[in-house]
Design a protein around this ligand. Structure first.
Ligand code: ADP
Ligand code: 3PG
Ligand code: MG
Length: 393
């Protein structure tokens, strides 16, 4: 088990470098469209503030190429100020003498938010000199950037190697919930996969298959499986590599004697004729583009969900961004929400779909990670967490 901030004694007056994932989604107008990652980080910040630490917050936002004012952390700092009035300052740079000066003038229990760490290319290069400069700002390193902990960057990997370190409450919580769900799942355990590329999810799918009782597959992902089973899927989204992967998964399911449930009908449209219609799987052909699961599949999936005691869901079951193709995803989100089973949802688009379906409060755990959550579900190590010291017992 990793050392937690609870294990850090004597935080009073200490400079704590807190790596957070404030990579909040933005809408087209550049406004923050969802503040979940910030709200979930508040308990860690509050704890450090209450202990009298000087809290230096470091995060990235987006994937900038050099300085880009649209990706400044200033608007996010403004949001944080609402939660900690009078305690928050902003640094226009991430390293350098000005930042050093600001840190030197911090009082106990105050917060300094550094500018977007990815404005420096040295961050993603995990440059040792850059890591040294970041580390020189603080006495202790705390990683609470769960969503970024699969990245081997200076602020997630280089800095913790140079300072005494621990994980924050957000990471602790994500690890507890997701690792428990895989190690000691409540049975029956139903896993639901959807979304885009099979490749990104294959590791998680194979690992979960070892412990899940049933796997429901929808979204574009399902078409690779249907092709692997010998069906024609018309012009539905399938890439050749995904079919090979799907074949592997089907073979593995057979070996493990696990049930994979694929869609039996679809909401599809024809090229040239945008009007959508429902088709059963065997009718899919020619110019048809499968874009959502059909009503029979919704029923089939709902029946499986009603038997579950644990559900993990990653990936929308159709092109949910288009109102014509969101019914499958939204109905399944509601069914999961209403079910008494312990439910976990991960993945940027899946979370966005759950929000649009107004089911957030009905889900037991909404993971703040995208790629990091998939890695954890895969059972793969997360470099930014691995590097943290073990708890001394
Ligand atoms: P998450 O972010 O939750 O991990 P993904 O990024 O893997 O999910 O997948 C989400 C994307 O998959 C969405 O943009 C959605 O439109 C797309 N998608 C789902 N079903 C289909 C489909 N049948 N055809 C094309 N795209 C689909
Ligand atoms: C995320 O949003 O998944 C994390 O903040 C990581 O961002 P990245 O994929 O740009 O490294
Ligand atoms: Mg996505």
């Amino acid at each position: 088990m990793k050392r937690s901030i609870r294990d850090l004694v004597n935080l009073k007056g200490k400079r704590v470098f807190l790596r957070t994932d404030f990579n909040l989604p933005m809408n087209k107008a550049g406004r923050i469209s969802d503040n979940t990652r910030l709200v979930n980080e508040l308990p860690t910040i509050r704890y450090l503030v209450d202990k009298g630490a000087k809290v230096i917050i470091c995060s990235h936002l987006g994937r900038p190429n050099g300085f880009d004012f649209r990706l400044s952390l200033w608007p996010i700092t403004l949001l944080l100020m609402k939660y900690f009035p009078g305690k928050v300052q902003f640094a226009h740079k991430t390293i350098g003498p000005d930042v050093q000066e600001q840190v030197a003038s911090m009082s106990e229990g105050s917060i300094l938010v550094l500018e977007n760490v990815r404005f420096y290319k040295e961050e993603t290069q995990n440059d040792p000199e850059f890591a040294k400069q970041l580390a020189s700002l603080a006495d202790i390193y705390v990683n609470d950037a769960f969503g970024t902990s699969h990245r081997k960057h200076a602020s997630t990997y280089g800095v913790p190697r140079l300072l005494p370190n621990a994980v924050g409450f957000l990471i602790e919580n994500e690890l507890n919930i997701i690792e428990n769900a895989i190690k000691t799942p409540k049975k029956p355990f139903v896993a639901i996969f959807g979304g885009g590329k099979v490749d990104d999810k294959i590791g998680a799918l194979l690992n979960i298959m070892k412990v899940a009782d049933v796997i429901l597959i929808g979204g574009a992902m399902a078409y690779a499986f249907l092709v692997a089973e010998g069906h024609s899927v018309g012009h539905s989204l399938v890439d050749v590599d995904s079919v090979k992967v799907a074949e592997e998964v089907l073979a593995q399911a057979k070996t493990l004697n696990k049930r994979i449930v694929l869609p039996v009908d679809h909401v599809a449209y024809m090229f040239g004729d945008k009007k959508e219609k429902t088709f059963v799987t065997d009718e899919l052909s020619g110019e048809m583009v499968g874009s959502d699961i059909g009503p029979k599949t919704i029923n089939l999936f709902e029946r499986e969900i009603s038997k579950a005691n644990q559900i993990i869901w990653n990936g929308p079951l159709g092109k949910y961004e288009d109102p014509k193709f969101q019914k499958g995803t939204f109905k399944i989100a509601k069914k999961i929400g209403k079910s008494a089973a312990y439910s976990i949802v991960g993945g940027g688009d899946s979370i966005s779909a759950v929000k649009q379906a107004h089911c957030v409060k009905m889900i037991n755990h909404i993971s703040t990670g995208g790629g990091a959550t998939l890695k954890l579900l895969e059972g793969a190590p997360l470099v930014g967490i691995d590097v943290i010291q073990e708890k001394v017992v």
